[in-house]
Design a protein around this ligand. Structure first.
Ligand code: HEM
Length: 517
């Protein structure tokens, strides 16, 4: 077929998809009021939106149609909240009604039929998971006892990078391997993968680091993919996009990995008998699974689902965030100078930054917050869903309505942020804004009942990584890359990483003996 015919076919396909799935903005006269403005256009017909990522398209639409938009997407009504006030309505004032998640193919096929926490519906299983996180897994005492892992892995990470001084380094690869090592050791007790084909961990490693990272990439792709069947359920039977097939294949790999991990932990527990003491998060879960007083029995699926959450949730999020930090700083080298001056003043050049130093580094904190504002890791937060009919800020909302909180849009709201497109950490030195779900203008971890339970650990990992990377190295672009060519485009997905990985050349800036471990 000649090119124009392909084009016509493509347009016809888009039109029929739009018709079939009903992807258009609706005025719902009696139920939802819209601000006055031009008559809404079908999203598909709006050229301005083609090629944008979902959060960017929704941002453009919200600029035209207001802070609360009502869309009809496939079979379901969807509300998009694009202002801090609306986010507060859903995540605070009416938090309980919106504390569930909609059904989702990945929740069914990958995360053990919603037996994890992220995709679990609001109910006894989810409540118990949150309680376990709060009291057992992320308690201050537990995190303190695991702190040595972060320190050891951070120092190995800096040392590995030091070995690459002077050469172009793909930063994200190293950040992912750092966060994966930290999470695996904290959750599973050890890495469970071999580094660079050289199995430093003994014969029990079942995957290479590369295989593990590929599994994680596939996992993040599939839980964030736009799967048409999630919006028009009967299409899941046809699996036109092939996502369900991929989900089932991924689950098989995850099953093999989980079986290995749990068998090993059970063997260790049996071997130690009465002397057994829980050392990692899987040990804790297994102990709880034997507890007859637990409100809801922890099934094998629940053990696998919760473990999967714990390993994956902190891995990509941290790497995505820190890669954006370094990219933004490289665009404005004077900001690196300011940050390193602070580090030199507070810590000096003879020792590494430690967790206890973090509160004395306000500029570093401002850099982290400014990155979270401009590049929120979860730009639409995982979807929330109304559990019953309700009225929010004067709008009648039906049970089953999906709610997307566009934190990307809130971070660009000119009524909240002066010149929002500029990366300017100083704005956070002037205002006391928290990232723990209390300030609705900045919600990197969400807020309310479904807020990230691992935010404490996530923050520690992010703060220490930024501080170490800035303290340890001078940063420049490879010789063949100009500053103006450093793209800041985002890639699609449930998280929003850089589209093109950052490649940088690093040089040590502290005495050489500090890098040797
Ligand atoms: C490193 C930075 C991190 C960021 C930016 C982040 C962000 C988020 C966000 C935005 C949510 C959804 C909140 C909502 O729906 O309103 C979430 C949920 C969640 N996060 Fe994190 N997270 C991070 C680290 C972690 C870590 C280290 C863990 C655990 C080891 C974790 C475990 C979870 C879990 C289990 C949920 C689901 C909670 C639920 O639905 O009840 N996260 N996270």
């Amino acid at each position: 077929m000649e090119a124009p015919s392909w084009f016509l076919l493509f347009i016809a396909l888009l039109a029929s998809l739009a018709f079939l799935s009903g992807i258009f903005i609706r005025r719902r006269g009696k139920q939802l009021k819209f601000p006055p403005g031009p008559k809404p256009w079908p999203i598909i017909g709006n050229l301005n939106l083609i090629g944008s990522l979902p959060h960017q398209s929704l941002h453009k639409l919200s600029q035209r149609y207001g802070q609360l938009m009502h869309l009809k997407f496939g079979s379901y009504p969807v509300l998009v909240a694009s202002s801090a006030e609306m986010a507060k309505e859903f995540l605070k004032s009416h938090d309980q009604i919106f504390a569930t998640r909609p059904p989702h193919a990945a929740g069914k096929y990958v995360t053990y039929n919603y037996s994890d926490m992220l995709w679990a519906p609001y109910g006894p299983h989810w409540r118990q998971g949150r309680k376990i996180c709060q009291n057992e897994i992320f308690s201050s005492k537990r995190l303190e006892s695991l702190e040595y892992i972060l320190v050891q892995e951070m120092s190995a990470f800096v040392s590995r990078l030091y070995g690459l001084s002077g050469k172009p380094v793909v930063l994200k690869e190293h950040l992912s391997s750092l966060s994966l090592s930290v999470m695996c050791r904290m959750v599973l007790g050890k890495n469970h993968f071999s580094v660079s084909g050289n199995d430093q961990l003994g014969s029990n490693s079942i995957l290479s680091l590369q295989e593990m990272l590929e599994i994680l990439d596939e996992f993040f792709f599939l839980i964030g993919v736009f799967n048409v069947g999630d919006w028009i359920p009967w299409l899941n039977f046809l699996d036109l996009q092939g996502n369900i097939k991929r989900m089932k294949a991924l689950k098989k790999k995850l099953d093999r990995f989980h079986d290995h991990v749990f068998d090993e932990h059970k063997r260790k527990k049996k071997g130690l008998g009465k002397d057994f003491v829980a050392q990692d998060m899987v040990d804790i879960l297994l102990q709880l699974a034997d507890d007859p007083d637990l409100d809801v029995k922890l099934t094998y699926d629940a053990l696998r689902g919760l473990t999967l959450d714990l390993v994956t949730a902190g891995t990509d999020t941290m790497a995505v965030n820190v890669e954006w930090v370094v990219s933004e700083l490289m665009k404005q080298p004077q900001l690196i100078t300011k940050a390193t001056q602070e580090l030199d003043r507070v810590i000096g050049r003879e020792r590494w930054v430690e967790e206890k130093d973090i509160p004395q580094l306000p500029y570093l904190d401002a850099i982290m917050k400014e990155t979270m504002r401009k590049h929120p890791v979860a730009p639409l937060l995982p979807p929330h869903m109304a559990m019953k009919d309700c009225n929010v800020a004067g709008y009648d909302i039906r049970k089953g309505t999906r709610v997307l909180i566009n934190t990307w849009s809130i971070g660009r709201d000119p009524s909240l942020w002066e010149q929002p497109e500029e990366f300017r950490p100083e704005r956070f030195l002037e205002r006391n804004i928290d990232v723990k779900g209390q300030s609705f203008e900045l919600l990197p971890f969400g807020a309310g009942r479904r807020m990230c339970p691992g935010y404490n650990l996530g923050l520690k990992m992010i703060q220490l990584s930024i501080a170490n990377l800035l303290q340890a190295f001078n940063w420049k672009l490879p010789d063949n890359t100009k500053l103006e060519d450093l793209s800041m485009e985002e890639a699609p997905g449930i998280t929003s990483p850089r589209k093109f990985p950052l490649v940088a050349v690093i040089e040590p800036r502290l005495p050489i003996h500090l890098y040797e471990i």
